[in-house]
Design a protein around this ligand. Structure first.
Ligand SMILES: *Cc1c(COP(=O)(O)O)cnc(C)c1O
Length: 366
């Protein structure tokens, strides 16, 4: 059986080192915000190319805390996209603000910068770009728009650990950035985890306070909560961070195999010229999506759909989220996208087998 992601296979790749790292925490002296979290924060900010990074409990919290650190809350609005994990919108609402949705660039499934101007209103304080599937949003245009309109820029990098835009890693371009270390992510824990990156000393220290009751020396200077990154998860992430670039390289090698599927009725991912994709997901587009999934399942291959429904159409959000533009691209791609199995341990021969299966489906039905 081949699944869309396979975090267990990743554990087995680094099993000895991960077991040793977990054991060192078990036998160490601090189980909360100890050496492993500090080490990860240092290494991750070096890796991304920012001055600071702050470990938090998960990616949704990272978004909420980043917004709170920017003093965004009740009455404020944040422009973002609806083609993302629900977490993006949940993070905005968790700080008390509300989202304004704009549509996508059809080629890359990322925020369309040309729609921002019409979506702007005085309540909008920030933009959250989502580097979906591991590829950068259109950063030059969005950075300029934020500068011209005095808006904060937050990068949702939950799917883009290690990716580049021009010569910068994603997560080092906006005012602050949010990473998830959910097990299937490019840098995944064996449980929940998240990281915030920023060049701002003020935003980093505020985020650090908010993740632990607003404390400085056990006195709450501001209102906070508990969103600490677990020490055992940090130890695991310290092992995996060493291999992140080589794992992303393996994802790219698999992507090259899948690229052979490109044909009229089957669109493979387009790469941005000035960016480096890290293929958190390899997402194709075909009008025969549902039949193809059925077909592949009969051969024990289980692709995914990311995401089957735009967030603003989920029952929890329908009619309750502001739309700042048309959403026709967001809505139409949801019916046609398919995520082929993608993880560093997937064998090239398995990817080739999947290519043959999809080709045989396309020849018969598409
Ligand atoms: C996974 C993900 C998140 C949130 O992550 P959690 O760690 O599950 O809270 C946020 N945004 C995007 C785009 C994601 O893929």
């Amino acid at each position: 059986m081949i699944t869309c992601a396979n975090p267990k296979a990743q554990y087995l790749s680094y099993e000895e080192e991960i077991n040793a790292a977990i054991n060192s925490v078990l036998n160490g002296s601090s189980y909360i915000l100890g050496d492993q979290v500090s080490l990860l924060e240092k290494k991750f900010s070096d890796f991304i190319g920012t001055n600071f990074s702050v470990g938090v409990a998960n990616g949704t919290d990272a978004i909420e805390i980043a917004l709170r650190a920017l003093d965004i809350g009740v009455g404020d609005q944040v422009i973002t996209v609806s083609h993302s994990a629900v977490a993006t919108i949940a993070g905005i609402e968790a700080c008390g603000a509300s989202p304004v949705i704009v549509d996508l660039e059809e080629d890359f499934y990322t925020m369309d910068p040309n729609l921002l101007k019409a979506a702007l209103n005085p309540k909008v304080k920030a933009i959250i770009v989502v580097h979906i599937y591991g590829q950068s949003s259109s950063m030059n245009q969005i950075v300029d728009f934020c500068n011209e309109n005095n808006l904060y820029l937050i990068e949702d990098c939950a799917q883009a650990h290690g990716a580049y835009y021009e010569d910068k890693r994603l997560g080092s371009i906006g005012d602050i950035a949010c990473f998830s270390c959910y097990p299937t992510k490019n840098l995944g824990a064996i449980g929940d985890g998240g990281l915030i990156t920023t060049n701002s000393h003020e935003l980093a220290s505020k985020s650090r306070k908010i993740r632990e009751y607003g404390w400085v020396n056990r006195v709450s200077e501001i209102k906070g909560r508990n969103s600490r990154l677990d020490e055992i998860q940090a130890a695991i992430l310290n092992v995996k961070l060493k291999y992140l670039d080589s794992d992303n390289y393996k994802r790219n090698q698999i992507a090259k195999v899948y690229d052979h599927l490109s044909c009229e009725n089957f669109q493979v991912p387009k790469r941005r010229q000035n960016a480096d994709h890290v293929f958190h997901l390899y997402v194709c587009r075909t009008p025969y999506r549902d039949d193809l999934i059925q077909y592949l399942q009969d051969f024990d291959v289980f692709p995914g759909i990311h995401y089957p429904l735009p967030i603003h159409l989920h029952p929890a959000y329908k009619g309750k989220v502001d739309l700042g533009s048309k959403t026709s691209i967001t809505e139409s791609i949801a019916k046609e996208i398919i995520s082929l199995p993608m993880y560093p341990e997937l064998k090239i021969s398995e990817a080739q087998m999947i290519v043959e299966l999809v080709k045989s489906f396309n020849e018969k039905y598409a």
